[in-house]
Structure formats: C-alpha cells, structure tokens
Write a protein that binds this ligand. Structure first.
Ligand SMILES: NC(=O)c1ccc[n+]([C@@H]2O[C@H](COP(=O)([O-])OP(=O)(O)OC[C@H]3O[C@@H](n4cnc5c(N)ncnc54)[C@H](O)[C@@H]3O)[C@@H](O)[C@H]2O)c1
Length: 251
C-alpha cells in the first residue's frame, strides 16, 4: 500500500458504515491519522480498531447538533491540527420520503437536519480548523442532486442539492485561504443505506440498467477519488463535482 496521506490528519463523518467506513480505513492505510466520526459510537470504535493503526480513533458526534459538532472538533484540536475533512454522513428515509404532495414535514426536517444542516455544521467547524493552515474538505453528494433519478425522494434529493450548493460557495469563499472544497458523487453504491433497493430485485435492476458499467458500485469504488482529493495531488482542484457513478448521471 502507498502512503499518499502520510503526515496528514483527517476527520471522516459517517465512518461507522458504508462509504465513510471504507474511506476512513483507506485513509488510515495511506498513512493518515484518522478520526472515525459517527453518531454510532460503537460502530466507529469497531471501525477504527479494525485498522490496527495507533493513529485511528473513534469520534462520537451527531452532525445535526451544533454543540456536538463543536465539541468533536475541539477534542480533535487538542490532539493537533487537521488537514482533511470528509463530510459524508447522511440518511435516506426509505418508505417515508415521498412525492412532495405526500411528504410529511417531519420526514423533510429529519432528512434535511442530517444531510444539509449536518454538512453545514461539519463545514463551519472544518473551515475554522483549517484557517491559517489550508486543507481539503470533501462532501459526499448524490446523483439525485444532478438528475431526477431520485424520483419520490423529495427530501433526500433536495438535501443533497443543498450539499452541492454549500460545497461550491464554501470553495469560493475560502479558496484564497488555501482551503479546497470538492464534492464526490457516488452512484448506486451497495451499503446499508440502500439495503431497501438491494432487497427489491426490480428496483435494483432498474438502477443497474441505468448505469453505463452495468453493475452496482461498492464503497471501495469511492476510495480512490477521496484519496486523490484529500492529497496534495489535487492541489488545483476546488469547487468541483467528481462523479464515481459508473456512468449513471451521464446516461
Ligand atoms: N449508498 C449509496 O448508493 C449512495 C449514493 C450516493 C450518495 N450516498 C451518500 O453517501 C454518504 C454515505 O452513505 P452510505 O451509503 O455509506 O450510508 P451508511 O448508512 O452505510 O452510512 C452512513 C453513516 O452515517 C452515520 N450517521 C447518520 N446520521 C448521523 C449523524 N446525525 N451524525 C453522525 N453520523 C451519522 C450512520 O451512523 C452511518 O454510520 C451519505 O451522505 C449518502 O447520502 C450514498
């Protein structure tokens, strides 16, 4: 394994499962000190321990709660400066998110609280941590923010469009301070988040058929672009959207 992130410190939200787990573990394998941030403290502990690296640690946090996010960044700061933040944690409320005429305010608020407000809070404190030093922030976006493949997912698609917009404006506001912000757009990626789709052969086949490469993605498919954007190899990349979707949004 290479050590493209040796000497760097990263915080990855949603690192207890799926894409965040794969990315945080890959960052650790690439030599970074990594904080596995997740609302599920047990999953974060397990994921950090599985790296076998002394530089990996769990960081319990609820990204929808400002006090929790502020406290998490304060505990990271006590251990040294940060270089990389991956704002990745998210929720998708299958069976509850719906067409706008049928969507409850409660489900809208729950989704937006984690996906959009959570990304806002993660970036607010990320920027404060990186100011004066520079660094890389990566948001996990979604094809549903780019094309209408998220039909009936009104709250989820809207919250993810909010994330794409947030990333662009933060990129513009802090570029001259050496802080880069990019968005990674995974396609249909088989993780616990989308188990409902995986369990429904017709839905799964529909998504796979809409993907140029003709297969579902895995969390491992997303690692490489994250390492690139986290490392100095991407020094000239900011404000960008990087799709790793098997061709889903281009078809
Ligand atoms: N899986 C896909 O097909 C897909 C496609 C495009 C984008 N995404 C996005 O990728 C990101 C990761 O999704 P995944 O598929 O790995 O999902 P996942 O459910 O496997 O993992 C999400 C993690 O986020 C954590 N989390 C949830 N709410 C939180 C909160 N309030 N504070 C802190 N942590 C919280 C969960 O505990 C979980 O460990 C999400 O933003 C998702 O919207 C996923």
């Amino acid at each position: 394994m290479s050590t493209r992130l040796a000497g760097k410190t990263a915080l990855v939200t949603g690192a207890g499962s799926g894409i965040g787990l794969a990315v945080a573990q890959r960052f650790a394998a690439e030599g970074a000190r990594v904080y596995f941030a997740d609302i599920n403290a047990e999953a974060a502990e397990k994921a950090a321990a599985a790296t076998g690296s002394e530089l990996a640690a769990a960081l319990p946090v609820d990204i929808s709660d400002e006090g929790s996010v502020e406290a998490a960044y304060a505990s990271v700061a006590a251990g040294g400066p940060l270089d990389i933040v991956v704002a990745n944690a998210g929720v998708q409320l299958f069976g509850q998110d719906a067409k706008v005429g049928e969507l409850s305010l409660e489900v809208w608020e729950k989704t937006v609280a984690v996906n959009h407000r959570g990304a806002f809070l993660t970036l607010k404190y990320a920027v404060r941590a990186l100011q004066g030093r520079g660094g890389s922030i990566i948001c996990t976006g979604s094809p549903t923010a780019v094309v209408a493949c998220g039909q009936t997912f009104t709250a989820y698609s809207s919250s993810k469009a909010g994330v794409h917009g947030l990333a662009r404006v933060v990129a513009a506001d802090y570029a001259r301070e050496g802080i880069r912000v990019n968005t990674v757009v995974p396609g249909y990626t088989e993780t616990p988040l989308v188990q409902t789709i995986a369990d429904d052969p017709a839905s799964r086949a529909g998504l796979v058929d809409s993907t140029m490469l003709g297969r579902a993605g895995t969390a491992a498919d997303v690692e490489g672009i994250m390492v690139y954007l986290a490392s100095d190899e991407s020094a000239y990349a900011t404000g960008g959207l990087f799709t790793v979707d098997g061709g889903l949004t281009a078809l």
